[in-house]
Design a protein around this ligand. Sequence first.
Ligand code: SF4
Ligand code: SF4
Length: 109
Amino acid sequence: MKQLIACCGLDCESCEARIATINNDNNLREEVARKWRVMNNAPQITAETINCTGCRTEGVKFGYCNMCEIRSCATGKGFQTCGQCKEMDTCSTVGAILEHVPEAKSNLN
Ligand code: SF4
Ligand code: SF4
């Protein structure tokens, strides 16, 4: 399993927040913050909060990903990702992601 596949199956490698962080690109941080504010109805997301090196890598995490219920469940059970969990196909916690992002499911499988 690629280290940059998140616990939920999302691909952190292609995440714009991660790309902005590793390139220290403040314009991209602004753009991501603008998009994520609307997408998540979260006015508190500002460019300054866009800092993340990935769900399963060492380093800084975006606030929501750091508090993510899926991440804490999987790591609490000693899994690298939900792909190691027998409950994955029926789990409503990771199910919300898998339903909307089919690629996440294939990454976990
Ligand atoms: S953990 Fe970080 S890199 Fe991965 S999806 Fe969340 S914000 Fe993006
Ligand atoms: S119970 Fe759900 S969220 Fe927790 S590790 Fe299993 S599939 Fe992932």
